[in-house]
Design a protein around this ligand. Structure first.
Ligand code: B12
Ligand code: SF4
Length: 482
């Protein structure tokens, strides 16, 4: 039996510059299949790395003759890419089984299956167990849906009737430790890059999963059901060392939504272990995402150690200066804390990327101006990335805004955080789109800031400002205004 895992052709998110990411989830699933069901032949096709377009993909599927095809959307904005992939598969041979998973399809399993009967099965929540059980089912019983109700954590249609089996629990620490290393040898590793962030090949590393917080706009807390689980320090560094030695990886991108859950003890142990194994700021660079309160908890000494161990860039969700807005989002932080967290990062030579969410329900032109002034004059991070509030399916925000009839655009391609998809109380989706453009102009089109960016001491900051100038990001954002 042959399984094909496909990363379809995709565009990059131009706000962060040109990049080509390794298809981490597929590589992890491929490694698990190889370990758990060695009789199944598994192949990963990364259309981006192999520069395969839609016609090329069709050709490849014909050549490969798979029995089962799997593909995941990563984010809601890619949903139609999965649909198109499976459309091609079913046109070639309707008998091929198609499987997808991830947060969008978990949240909208029933709607999706009815709308796109070309999708045979959806794995719900983490797929490690359900995917293997599914493959084993097809191996033992042939390509039939009969008997699928015995497998937990999936949804499917049987004779057009929707079936959803009991949920699988989130993976725990031990289970994460047992995961095999991703099947990186399936793809051309040297091709992966993130131009704005590093000159070195782009590799993804997973330390932990999930988050115990409950920000109303966040699909991660829903997908992981407010559960956080982590690999052990040794396991994380083992994987890092394996990539460092086997593939000469030097730039690591941690997927963790809440790095080490902000535990100073774990961060201390992790950094010291990396350094003890000869990986530190002299030979590696790593990126992490931390909460504002975690950064404060880790403090000056902890951040200094992180920087010594190679942490050179952090993405921080400050979201808004207004405490009432942060409270409405259930963010659990205050505006002042963001100012201090960013100061600490910069003091410790860690590039501070501040994330801002514009377009809350009662946003006005004035509140957006105040937010952007706060970001650039008070917080003063190295870079500011502004996004529009996007109601991801499954989130409390999605339920709330749906009920209030504020969601005006259900074209999933636009759910990439830079398209206005809601008419809010005072600003329409179109006005929000225009405000997003003005927000970027505020940051990157001011000569003073541009000048200080282009000539900044920090080389990564210089790189970003140059990119914004050369790639015409502001112009691209202007084009999004309808
Ligand atoms: C690394 C990353 C990136 C990398 C790209 C990585 C890649 N391979 O494409 C970069 C930085 C380039 C990126 C870009 C974007 N990203 Co991104 N990204 C992540 C991040 C941090 C890690 C992804 C990951 O590898 N996770 C670990 C794996 C194991 O988890 P997983 O992918 O969910 O896979 C599991 C299941 O979902 C399922 N599954 C997944 N695929 C498949 C396939 C099959 C066949 C099956 C059966 C199951 C299955 O099984 C896996 C194992 O359990 C996540 C947040 C997170 N921690 O997950 C955000 C995240 C996925 N990104 C997000 C977004 C919005 C984007 C962008 C639009 C930019 C933005 N506004 O932030 C762009 C989209 C670009 C594009 N066109 O695809 C959102 C998605 C929100 C949503 N619900 O749609 C997330 C959740 C971040 C967030 N906190 O909101 N991203
Ligand atoms: S802290 Fe981050 S990952 Fe956790 S719920 Fe909030 S936005 Fe999501």
């Amino acid at each position: 039996m042959k399984l094909l895992l496909i990363e379809p052709p995709k565009k990059f998110w131009f706000v962060m510059g040109e990049y080509l990411p390794p298809p981490f989830s597929l590589l992890l699933l491929a490694a698990i299949v190889e370990k758990e069901t060695p009789d199944i032949e598994v192949k990963v096709i990364d259309c981006q790395a192999e520069t395969i377009d839609w016609n090329g993909l069709e050709e490849r599927i014909r050549i490969e003759k798979p029995d089962i095809v799997g593909s995941g959307s990563h984010a809601t904005c890619n949903v139609y890419k999965i649909v198109r992939t499976f459309d091609i598969v079913k046109q070639i041979n309707p008998e091929i089984i198609t499987i997808t998973g991830g947060s969008h399809f978990t949240a909208l399993d029933e709607e999706t299956l009815h709308e796109y009967p070309i999708i045979d099965v959806i794995t719900r929540y983490e797929a490690e167990k359900s995917f293997i059980n599914l493959l084993t089912h097809f191996q033992v019983n042939g390509l039939t849906k009969k008997g699928l109700e015995q497998i937990n954590g999936i949804a499917f249609l049987e004779n057009n009737v929707f079936k959803r089996t009991p949920d699988v629990p989130p993976l725990n620490n031990d289970e994460l430790d047992q995961l095999p290393y991703p099947a990186y040898y399936q793809v051309p590793l040297q091709k992966y890059h993130f131009a704005m962030m590093s000159n070195k090949p782009y590799i993804i590393l997973e330390g932990s999963r999930g988050c115990t917080h409950n920000c109303t706009f966040c699909s991660q807390q829903v997908f992981y059901r407010r559960h956080w689980a982590t690999k052990s320090v040794n396991r994380i560094v083992d994987e890092m060392e394996w990539m460092f030695e086997k593939f000469s990886s030097r730039f690591f991108w941690f997927t963790d939504d809440n790095f080490c859950a902000g535990s100073p003890k774990m961060i201390d142990a992790l950094c010291k272990e990396m350094m003890a194994r000869g990986m530190d700021g002299n030979n590696i660079e790593w990126f992490a995402q931390m909460r504002v309160d975690s950064i404060l908890q880790v403090g000056d000494a902890g951040l200094s150690l992180m920087n010594k161990a190679g942490n050179y860039w952090q993405l921080v969700g400050g979201e808004s200066p207004f405490n009432e807005v942060l409270d409405a989002y259930h963010k659990g932080i205050q505006g002042d804390q963001t100012v201090e967290a960013i100061r600490l990062l910069r003091k410790n030579n860690i590039l501070a990327q501040l994330m801002i969410i514009l377009g809350h329900e009662f946003e006005t032109v004035e509140s957006i101006q105040k937010t952007m002034e706060w970001a650039t004059e008070v917080v003063k991070p190295d870079i500011v990335i502004s996004m529009l509030l996007t109601p991801y399916p499954g989130t409390p925000m999605y339920e709330y805004l749906s009920q209030k009839g504020r969601i005006i655009d259900q074209n999933w391609t636009n759910y990439d955080m830079i398209h206005g998809v809601c008419d809010m109380e005072y600003l329409s989706a179109k006005e929000l789109q225009e405000q997003l453009y003005l927000a970027y102009r505020h940051v990157y089109d001011s000569w003073t800031r541009r000048f200080s960016g282009i000539f900044a001491k920090n080389k990564y900051k210089r790189r970003i400002y140059w990119y914004y100038l050369k790639a015409g990001v502001i112009g691209q954002l202007k084009k999004l205004i309808p």
